[in-house]
Ligand binder design. Structure first.
Ligand code: ADE
Length: 252
């Protein structure tokens, strides 16, 4: 059993690589795939780059070339649900491409992947359950020690929550309240927005490979997002997502 771990941030992949025992690197395309053992499990860890094409090619290579049997995707996301705060963790039970629209063609619904007949890809139920538990443990037991009081205060990380539900993906960095409202008008149950998860989900679905996507909220997808996002990335996100992945790997 080999687990593919895809990170959307070089910082978090660097932290995971630090914990990878017997790491060997193999370059394919422009990606460095790191094989080794994480928490006693065979794993391949890789930075995917950003966007649906980059993550699609990375997930495909993990499955086709490295033979992984399950995929864990981690990174950050912008909040859509009004009650989500920076530092909360979202486990994607369902993934959908918010920028996919072939509905001009009769018989194809908005968001439906043409010829596949699927709009929402479901994550593996067991991986969702384990990721949720690992995130809860990390937030209560480890976050403060890893990140430090100063950064907890800076981002108002008092009591971060774990939520499970719909994550939407598209090739856009969302940075306006108007665009958030547009997405929520059609997809009121969407919790957060990012740029890769649903693409990885589709690849895994087509290969019959179980997957889960987990995201730390870095911004509110509004006008402040371009500033909030890199600040959170540098100081908190990599510890948080790496810590949750390590907890998940230990529980598998
Ligand atoms: N990832 C983190 N924040 C995001 C945002 N606001 N839009 C898209 N992807 C993101």
């Amino acid at each position: 059993m080999t687990i593919g771990v895809i990170g959307a941030m070089p910082e978090e992949v660097a932290l995971l690589a630090r914990d990878l025992e017997g790491a060997r690197s193999e370059r394919r395309g422009t990606r460095d795939y790191l094989r080794g053992r994480l928490q006693g499990r065979d794993a391949v860890v890789v930075f995917s780059g950003w966007g649906k094409v980059a993550s699609t090619s990375t997930a495909t290579t993990l499955i086709e070339v490295f033979g992984v049997d399950s995929v864990v995707f981690t990174g950050v996301a912008g909040a859509l649900a009004p009650d989500l705060a920076v530092g909360d963790v979202v486990i994607g039970a369902e993934l959908l491409q918010h920028d996919l629209d072939a509905s001009a063609v009769p018989g194809i619904a908005r968001y439906e992947v043409p010829l596949l007949g699927v709009s929402r890809f479901r994550s593996d139920a067991r991986l969702v359950r384990l990721a949720r538990a690992a995130a809860g443990r990390y937030l209560t037991e480890r976050l403060a020690a890893d990140v430090g009081e100063e950064h907890l205060r800076e981002f108002g990380l008092h009591n971060p929550a774990v939520r499970t539900g719909l994550i939407v993906s598209g090739d856009q960095f969302i940075s306006s309240a108007a665009r958030v409202a547009e997405i929520l008008a059609d997809l009121p149950d969407a919790l957060c927005v990012e740029m890769e998860g649903a693409a990885v989900a589709q690849v895994c679905f087509e290969h019959g490979v179980p997957f889960v996507v987990l995201r730390a909220i870095s911004d509110r997808a509004d006008h402040a997002a371009p500033v909030d996002f890199p600040r959170f990335l540098r100081t908190v996100a990599s510890h948080l997502t790496c810590g949750v992945v390590m907890g998940l790997m230990a529980a598998l």
